[in-house]
Design a protein around this ligand. Sequence first.
Ligand code: ADP
Ligand code: ZN
Ligand code: ZN
Length: 728
Amino acid sequence: MSKSSLKVVVRVALPVPLGQLFDYLATENETVPRPGMRVLVNFGHRKMVGVIVEISDKSNLPFEKLASVIAYPDGEQTVLSSETLALLKWCWRYYKHAPGEVVFSALPPLLRKIDGVIPPPSLQYRLTTAGEDRLGEAPGRIKAQFRLLEEMREGPVTQLQLRPVSSAWRKTLSRLLEQKWVFSEAQTAAELNPVPGPALLDEQRDAVTAISKTLGGFHCHLLDGITGSGKTEVYLCLLEHVLKQGGQALLLVPEIGLTPQLLKRFKRRLGFEPVVTHSGLSEGQRLKAWTMAKNGLARLVIGTRSALFLPMPQLQLIILDEEHDASFKQQDGFRYSSRDVAVKRAAGLGVPVVLGTATPSLETFNNAATDRYSWHRLRQRATGASEPRWRVLDLIQQTMTGGISATAMKAIGETLARGEQALVFLNRRGYAPVILCHECGWHAACQRCDANMTWHKATRRLLCHHCDSSARVPVMCPECGADALQGAGEGTEQLEQMLGKAFPETPLLRFDRDTVRKKGEFDRLSEQVKTGEPCLLVGTQMLAKGHHFPQVTLVVIVNLDQALYSADFRALERMGQLMVQVAGRAGRDKLAGEVMLQTHYPQHESLLRLLSSGYEAFASDISEDRRAACLPPHSYQALLRSDAHNKEEVRAFLNQAKQCFPTGDAMVYGPFPAMMERRSGRTRWYLLVQAARRLTLHRQLDQWVLQLPKVPSARKVRWAVDVDPQDY
Ligand code: ADP
Ligand code: ZN
Ligand code: ZN
């Protein structure tokens, strides 16, 4: 046998934007390479971390040309299980994205680095019999040591728990270990210690029973429950069930849904601290969460989008809360839908997945309507509160003050006079969405985007909400020099000012990205709302999600008309979701609520349908409209997006790309300018690919993506494929 035939080839994923894996020769030392292990290799002139995806005895390159692995930084430990690797492989094929970037998105940031290491198993500390005896006596002169012993009275504790006891805890602890009053052992998972929840309503119980029956196998569930119907309570029952059996569970929430309130509720009910992870944590914290998930110490992980790829060897249940939320779709780089990948992961693992929402996305709605998913409806509010009443205010007939109609103003006044709370919703922050000159018609537009600059009066700035460009507010018109600049339209800042003047006695809380910048600020504001004292809330969609404000009995939706006639076919769906979510804040407790919708189109068919028959009927209607128009979810789409400083280059690239689109049932359309053609100084266009069947779409896309890098102007522009796009 020749020497080379004994060689082991490792196929490595490297974090580079290239559509391939890279072959290296395994080093001939003790370490046996396996898929999922990290390696250190030379790539070009750089040393890089990679992850082994496959092992082979062959390569497309001659062995002499292959470089060897430099090192295995984690020994034989893997960072990705075969389960996760298979999922990631599916992802890069399905989303047509560079394998290395997909694989690396599943690693905690520290392990993407050369000097990152997998932390050793965490320890916990427990009393010995001698330690227990000592604790039985008086503290005497060893006060510091005694304090640590006391921490261990109820059971083992971790370093994390000892740290706050004293600044010298480390030294004190080693004294205790020396004296054999305490010993260390590998940390064990926190004990489940659930307190009983409320007796479930029939609908809740039916959902829990049906979903529990599917544990141990793959099954998709839509938990379609109106706000306040007790969806979270259903999750808790399911989680308790899974955790009792020793399983792990994963709960994915939208970016804004991960609040201390939610965590407190889970901790209180389950009796232990869930592990939390999201992109706002430090790299160290994320690595810690990853490690705990991997070694099973994390029984329950609650996290945003990126938590989906955590290693969880005993994962038995995946829940996605607010499945319709746009933040589950990654909008740049590796563009994936964490909802869809969650379903895929559940399928691969053979476990159930629960998608919870009050307003299902049409994709999920369609899957439930065609029986691919089980559909569990919760239509009763668990607290016994009735659903809010809708009232449509025709703006043509109303006198307006700063965006609010006289009728709505009166209702706000009455609500506050009754000692209740009112919420005014407007999805636009700042003082005014545009500033213009009444002499010559000049208006402040962003130089880098097709957008107006928003006037932020308090900070005296003009801000572009799309690229963060900012400028001072001019005093005189820069065009004609007239002293005639005025804002047009309203933002939350203006509403706050206007309402503050109209109701000077009432505390006013504004919730938007300008007022809620710091972590914890949202909770501080919502705590104030929860005291139940009369107050006025003004805010953007930040207010639409998950929060229970029992004393809010009036919601005023200032304006959503834009969505009614938008060029984006999903605008109507999103408007319906937002309306129902915002309305869901009203009258959650014993008090009945009212929602006032201000609109110029009170006769709009979909609006009427939503208000008279509810979200399910509304969704069913727009789903039929989309079927007639062959739009998703009744067809499948992908985009080839491209952008560059030069518009002609973008168009040239897309036209060339269109030429090489393979023939078949999937059709390619365009090039079209993006909804916002210019953004951050770059011009953005796209080609749309659409097919009636997913399979045909992918078959042609797979051929196409091999051709795209060879398109003559591919190097002059940025381009990316977006499968199942959500925006255009
Ligand atoms: P959702 O997640 O659907 O908005 P939650 O689970 O947060 O609903 O429930 C809304 C409120 O109703 C919470 O205060 C919750 O404690 C309460 N609740 C839920 N289920 C019940 C029940 N079966 N009996 C009494 N109260 C309940
Ligand atoms: Zn002017
Ligand atoms: Zn801009």
